[in-house]
Design a binder for this molecule. Structure first.
Ligand SMILES: *Cc1c(COP(=O)(O)O)cnc(C)c1O
Length: 484
């Protein structure tokens, strides 16, 4: 076992420090009031620069990442984000801005946010946009607060229900409940789509909205979306579009054109912000004209060549995030959109759909395909045949790690037993997809020849099988000298 960095620590050992000539550094005690200065120095490891570099490189390899290998985690869009967009966000003029700077010093930043709002409006086909929310679920909350404020302003206070299909992402019902609505679940039909009869039965004067994902979490396009939108609107309700995974539809179809009134999209899935490590995210919420007065404030107005923050928005739901949202994420999204252009964004979606259908077609001889029709950017397999041989979907997921591939999303959506939800994304080559097909074929063979070995996987990762509930609830993420 590799020695921990604290075990390598030797007093006084450090990297080269070059003192700045002629600069007298201030002492901490000159800068911080005495009562706040720590009495004992922090017990940090004292190592050479090389040892520090090795330490962090080693840590970075203990986990799986998109920069290391294939990551087909359905619904999460673990795709490659071009590094150029990180470089754009790190440009000094953006990076060094302070959110408290006066408006006339941040005209470029305001222009970027304004232009990004206009681009996203074009992509989703809805006129008004806010970029304040920090994540998808946060955007859902913002969207439902808009809907609530809209009905309140109309004096229509009876609408307390939000309809959510059973194929919805888990955040949808959670958001509706958080915003004070009663959640009504409707079952999907045998083809994995919204059952319009069930929808009809659930609608009434007490329904505020339906939250839909299209394509849904099975990766299937709701063919009767037009029927759905008419039913909901005729009943006086609104339609909320969960566009977290917009790489399924960009340039091909727009939520606004499908009849949706509000939608959110995750900038950290489709629009070039890396995610998965809990780092900052970004979200756009777009809505129809009728809902615009309720958007979070301030909004950015363009007056001639000047950009201005408007706070006088009496019907606004208020702020949902400090300042302007996560600005660095907005820079990445804008840079990504400009680099691709209209045709490029359309190509992204076409490639995402092509890759998913290719995998689905190639894998159907060994795994049960949950729904046979063509999919969008992702699809769901069932591991029920392997389960009969005593190898569960969990076992397959763990065995994939031995082959250097991250597992797909498993046991979701709940409507498919032993589910594996696979999203290859648009950024992978055909060779990578073929390798993945081969690996899954090998695991399928292993489930016949050596099921016990698959059941005990992974065998090559830094840690073996964990108690997943415990690891999620009480993660042990740091090493402290006292605990060892
Ligand atoms: C990821 C995702 C969300 C939630 O987004 P977060 O940024 O994780 O809050 C919502 N809906 C769908 C369909 C998603 O894939």
């Amino acid at each position: 076992m590799e020695k921990l960095i604290y075990e390598k620590s030797r007093p006084g050992r450090r990297a080269l420090v070059i003192e700045k000539p002629g600069v007298k550094e201030k002492k901490v005690s000159d800068l911080i009031p005495a009562q706040f200065v720590r009495k004992n120095s922090a017990r940090l490891a004292e190592v050479s620069e090389l040892e520090a570099v090795r330490h962090f490189v080693r840590l970075s390899h203990l986990n799986h990442a998109i920069d290391k290998g294939f990551y087909p985690l359905g619904s999460c869009t673990m795709k490659y984000n071009p590094k150029i967009n990180d470089a754009m966000a790190a440009l000094e003029g953006f990076r060094e801005l302070h959110p408290m700077q006066p408006e006339d010093q941040i005209q470029g930043a305001l222009e970027l946010i304004y232009n990004l709002e206009r681009s996203i409006s074009e992509v989703v086909g809805l006129p008004a946009v806010t970029l304040q929310p920090a994540a998808g679920a946060h955007g859902e909350m913002t969207g439902l607060l808009l809907i609530r404020a809209y009905f309140q302003a109309k004096g229509d206070t009876a609408r307390k229900k939000v309809i959510v299909p059973d194929t919805a992402h888990g955040t949808n019902p959670a958001t509706a409940a958080l915003c004070g609505f009663d959640v009504v679940e409707i079952k999907s039909n045998s083809r994995g789509l919204v059952d319009t009869e069930a929808l009809k039965a659930a609608l009434g004067p007490d329904v505020a909205a339906i939250m839909l994902t299209n394509p849904n979490t099975l990766g299937l396009f709701e063919e009767e979306i037009d029927v759905c939108q008419k039913l909901v609107h005729d009943a006086g309700g609104l339609l909320y579009y969960d566009g977290a995974n917009l790489n399924a539809i960009m340039g091909l179809v727009r939520p606004g054109d499908m009849g949706f009134d509000v939608c959110h999209l995750n900038l950290h899935k489709t629009f070039s912000t890396p995610h998965g490590g809990g780092g900052p995210g970004g979200c756009a919420v777009a809505c129809r004209k009728e809902l615009e007065p309720f958007l979070p404030k301030p909004v950015i107005l363009k007056e001639g060549d000047h950009f201005r923050l408007e706070w006088n928005r009496p019907q606004s739901i208020g702020k949902v995030k400090g300042f302007y949202g996560n600005f660095g994420i907005l820079v990445r999204a804008y840079s990504y959109i400009l680099a691709h252009g209209k045709e490029g964004l359309m190509q992204v979606s076409k490639d995402a759909i092509l890759n998913a259908n290719y995998l689905k077609h190639k894998l159907k001889s060994r795994f049960t395909v949950a729904y046979p029709q063509a999919c969008m950017h992702e699809f769901v397999l069932s591991g029920n045949q392997q389960k009969e041989r005593g190898v569960s979907t969990t076992n397959i997921a763990k065995r994939l790690l031995d082959y250097g591939v991250h597992a797909p999303t498993v046991y979701f959506p709940l409507v498919v037993p032993e589910a594996m939800m696979i999203e290859p994304t648009e950024t992978e080559t055909k060779e990578t997809l073929d390798e993945f097909i081969e690996i899954l074929a090998k695991i399928d063979e292993e489930s016949k020849s050596d099921p016990e070995m698959v059941r005990n996987a992974p065998h090559t990762t830094p840690v073996g099988r964990l108690d997943e509930a415990l690891a999620a609830r009480k993660p042990n993420l740091s090493w402290t000298p006292d605990a060892n």
